[in-house]
Write a protein that binds this ligand. Structure first.
Ligand SMILES: C[S@@+](CC[C@H](N)C(=O)[O-])C[C@H]1O[C@@H](n2cnc3c(N)ncnc32)[C@H](O)[C@@H]1O
Length: 281
C-alpha cells in the first residue's frame, strides 16, 4: 500500500510560509513530507535509517537537485549536522512500506523471519528475545505494548524462542494482544524511545530564532516524551511558582489531531498527535 502522509496539512499549517527556508525532515519514509516542503520552495535535509528508501532518495535528487540532501543514518545523529535550520520535523513510527514487505518481519499478517529492524542492521527481534531475560522481555511488553500477563508471555517466548512472525503470533493467546506485542518488540528492537530522546536534545541548538520543531507521534509513551520535552522548553527558566519574568526559550504551537475525514481515508492516522514549538530567541 502506498504510504499516505499523516497530519501533513496540520504540519504545513504549523510551518507557515517555508519558501526559501531550510527544513530537516528526520523521517523521510516515502518522502511525502519532504516532497511537500520542496514543492513549497524549501530546501530539505532528510534522515532515514532504512536503506530501502534509497531508491526514492535518488529520484528526489534528480528532481530537486541540491535543494535536497539525504543522510542515511538514524536521526539520533542530528547533533552532527551544522545548522541553523528553520524547522526540524519528525513523523515517527514505521511506514506502510515497512509493514507491507513481509520479509521485514513487522507484520503478524504474513509469515516471515522475526526481524523488525528498520535499518536492517543490529539485533533482530528473534535475537532480542533470545538475548533478554524473562524480566526484561516482560518489561518491554508491558511498557511499550501495555500487554497484560506480560511475564507469562515472556516466559513462553523464552521457552520456545520464536524465529518467525507466525511462531510468535501463535504464542499469544489473547488476539487483542497480538498487535501490541509486535509493536512493543519493534519499539525495543529499534530503540525508538531512545532515538527520540537523543534527537530532541540536539534540536534547540540547531534552530534559528523563530525556528520550529514539529513532531507527529503514534504511541502514548513517545507522545509523552515529546510533550514533556516541549513543556520544559516552553517554561520560563527559574522557579515556576514565582511570577514569570522574562521569556521562555520556546512557545508552544497548538496541538493537532487527525480530522474524521483523515481517519476515514487513512486508518494509520488513528493514534497520531502533532505537537510543535517555536524558538523564541
Ligand atoms: C512514518 S514514516 C515517515 C513517512 C514520511 N513522513 C512520508 O510522508 O512519507 C517513518 C520513517 O522514519 C524512519 N525512521 C524511524 N525512526 C528513525 C530513526 N530513529 N532514524 C531515522 N529514520 C527513522 C523509518 O525508517 C520510516 O521510513
Amino acid at each position: 500500500m502506498k504510504h499516505i502522509p499523516v497530519l501533513l496539512s496540520a504540519v504545513l499549517d504549523a510551518l507557515g510560509d517555508i519558501s526559501g527556508k531550510h527544513i530537516v525532515d528526520c523521517t523521510f519514509g516515502a518522502g511525502g513530507y519532504t516532497r511537500a516542503f520542496l514543492e513549497r520552495g524549501a530546501a530539505v535535509t532528510a534522515f532515514d535509517r532504512d536503506p530501502n528508501v534509497l531508491v526514492d532518495v535518488e529520484k528526489f535528487k534528480t528532481e530537486f537537485g541540491d535543494r535536497f540532501n539525504f543522510i542515511p543514518k538514524p536521526f539520533s545523529n542530528l547533533a552532527e549536522i551544522s545548522g541553523p535550520f528553520d524547522a526540524i520535523v519528525f513523523d515517527l513510527g514505521i511506514s506502510s512500506m515497512q509493514i507491507d514487505i513481509p520479509e521485514r518481519g513487522f507484520s503478524f499478517r504474513a509469515d516471515a523471519p522475526l526481524d523488525m529492524r528498520m535499518s536492517e542492521q543490529g539485533t533482530t527481534a528473534a535475537q532480542l528475545i533470545a538475548e533478554s531475560d524473562v524480566n526484561d522481555l516482560a518489561n518491554i511488553l508491558r511498557e511499550y505494548g501495555d500487554v497484560r500477563k506480560a511475564t507469562i508471555l515472556a516466559r513462553a517466548m523464552k521457552d520456545t524462542l520464536p524465529q518467525t512472525t507466525f511462531e510468535l503470533r501463535d504464542l499469544i493467546h489473547n488476539p487483542k494482544d497480538i498487535a501490541p506485542v509486535f509493536q512493543a518488540l519493534r519499539i525495543a528492537v529499534n530503540d525508538e524511545m531512545g532515538e527520540v530522546r537523543s534527537a530532541l536534545e540536539a534540536v534547540p541548538d540547531l534552530l534559528n530564532a523563530g525556528g520550529k520543531c514539529i513532531c507527529v507521534t503514534f504511541h502514548s509513551l513517545e507522545d509523552r516524551i515529546v510533550k514533556n520535552t516541549f513543556r520544559n522548553w516552553t517554561t520560563v527558566p527559574g522557579d515556576p511558582r514565582l511570577p514569570t519574568v522574562g521569556t521562555a526559550p520556546f512557545v508552544a504551537i497548538k496541538m493537532a489531531l487527525p480530522t474524521q475525514q483523515e481517519l476515514d481515508e487513512n486508518p494509520r492516522a488513528r493514534s497520531a498527535h502533532m505537537r510543535g514549538v517555536i524558538k523564541s530567541y
